[in-house]
Write a protein that binds this ligand. Structure first.
Ligand SMILES: NC(=O)C1=CN([C@@H]2O[C@H](COP(=O)(O)OP(=O)(O)OC[C@H]3O[C@@H](n4cnc5c(N)ncnc54)[C@H](OP(=O)(O)O)[C@@H]3O)[C@@H](O)[C@H]2O)C=CC1
Ligand SMILES: O=C(O)CCC(=O)C(=O)O
Ligand SMILES: [Mg+2]
Length: 418
């Protein structure tokens, strides 16, 4: 395959050495612009990230960006059908880190998700999505400031494994016959018109995700880790997730049962608890202070991320990271999708990608630059200079374009950093 990636003339790779990240002063970091609104958001976000690094380190540190391709832009650059070129995966693999915009996935037909494929190819098993409130952001709840949670969503298993058979195909017929004839299944209500999906959930997959969530809680002085599952119905997959999580917390973190269990307390005081997913969705609205770090399966995590984001103002301000804590690989990306109706209009809120960049800088140890971004964003919102999504519910707002919002954050950072 022809190479389309231009490696920057300067810069070095981020590496993992002895289990620790080694970040040079001029790291090369691959990025994917993304489909739909991705280009508008990336153009604004990269300026904010670069300005934060420049203000924080006065030129001593600088990110050397390297564009790699996936999604629609990839099919334009590499040719039809090339949605996720091998050299893109290789670049993310070699350079360890990456940041990406959203990529389109058609519903019910066509290609499978490129976002999910990247997570699986690089084994980025933890999807980490912090949900925090920025003062002044319009919210549908009375006390959005009570929401301060970090979601750890299992990122490689569950029904996202993509093992599905469409009704009416020979594969679905074979699956149906296997289930009915060899497994003695009698409960398929309409066997001849059913599609089938398989939900693999493993002990290893559960343990590495829950380990990351508990370690995060310990490292960041959090109060509890809630295991969110639907184990009353899906006993061996979601119920297995819960049981393996509790077992791990006892075995590796010294968890002791509270009042005969199943809740546990770790030596430092962190509580490990579990909650059934539907109840969790009402509790985060009614009693958000009861929840802190969340460990959950892939599909639950997808739903919960958007629901919680809404409580603090919407997915326009919901960042995320896909991480393999063992290999060091990490791809940072917003929680939201391509929002295609706003593509090319320079109106969308870039905060989710900016905050994903903030997570990346913090993970790199560039905390001064990360802090500047938080300050700049916070100030901009306090000044009520916001994009359409916040402006529509904010009194006295000045509605600005994506690019102008980035300008204002940079202006505030430069003031804050001077
Ligand atoms: N990781 C990824 O790359 C993801 C990709 N996708 C893909 O994106 C495509 C579109 O998905 P869809 O379900 O419509 O969800 P989207 O997240 O793209 O958009 C849904 C709605 O959320 C609001 N929204 C989204 N992003 C922003 C933003 N940056 N600022 C302000 N508001 C925002 C808009 O609301 P309003 O209309 O009220 O203004 C928008 O119409 C699909 O192909 C899907 O598969 C989805 C999620 C993640
Ligand atoms: O891959 C996609 O298109 C959607 C993914 C998604 O919704 C998510 O990761 O939150
Ligand atoms: Mg989602």
């Amino acid at each position: 395959m022809e190479t389309h990636i231009k490696v920057p003339a300067q810069g070095e790779k981020i590496t993992m050495q002895g289990g620790k990240l080694s970040v040079p002063n001029h790291p090369v970091i691959p990025f994917v612009e993304g489909d739909g609104t991705g280009a508008d958001i990336w153009k604004a976000s990269v300026r904010v990230l670069d300005a934060a690094v420049e203000v924080a380190y006065g030129g001593e540190k600088k990110i050397e960006w390297m564009e790699v391709y996936a999604g629609e832009k990839s099919t334009q650059v590499y040719g039809a059908g090339e949605w996720l070129p091998a050299e893109t995966i290789k670049a993310f693999d070699e350079y360890l880190f990456g940041i990406k915009g959203p990529l389109t996935t058609p519903v019910g037909t066509g290609i499978r998700s490129i976002n999910v494929a990247l997570r699986q190819e690089l084994d980025l098993y933890a999807c980490v999505r912090p949900v925090q409130y920025f003062a002044g952001v319009p919210s549908p709840v009375k006390r959005p400031q009570d929401v301060d949670m970090v979601i750890f969503r299992e990122n490689t298993e569950d029904i996202y494994a993509g093992i599905e058979y469409k009704a009416g195909t020979p594969e679905a017929d074979k699956m149906r016959d296997f289930l009915m004839n060899e497994m003695g299944v009698t409960k398929i209500r309409f066997p001849n018109t059913s599609s089938f999906g398989i939900k693999p959930v493993s002990q290893e997959g559960t343990e590495r995700l829950v380990r990351a969530a508990i370690q995060f809680a310990l490292d960041n002085g959090r109060k509890s880790v809630a295991i969110v599952h639907k184990g009353n119905i899906m006993k061996f997959t979601e119920g297995g997730f819960r049981d393996w999580a509790y077992d791990l917390a006892k075995r590796e973190f010294g968890g002791v049962e509270i009042d005969g269990g199943p809740w546990l307390q770790l030596p430092g005081g962190i509580v490990i608890k579990d909650v059934i997913a539907d109840n969790f969705l009402q509790q985060i609205l009614l009693r958000p202070t009861e929840y802190d770090v969340i460990a959950t399966l892939n599909l639950n995590g997808d739903y919960v991320s958007d629901a919680l984001a809404a409580q603090v103002g919407g997915i326009g301000i919901a960042p995320g990271a896909n991480i393999n804590y063992v290999s060091g690989h990490a791809i940072f990306e917003a929680t939201h999708g391509t929002a295609p109706k706003y593509a090319g209009k320079d109106v969308i809120n870039p905060s989710s990608v900016i905050l994903s960049g903030e997570m990346m800088l913090r993970y790199m140890g560039w905390t001064e630059a990360a802090d500047l971004i938080l300050k700049g964003l916070d100030q901009t919102i306090q000044q009520r200079v916001v994009t359409y999504d916040f402006a529509r519910n904010m009194e006295g707002a000045t509605e600005v374009k994506t690019s102008q919002f980035a300008d204002k954050i940079i202006e505030n950072m430069r003031g804050a950093g001077a």
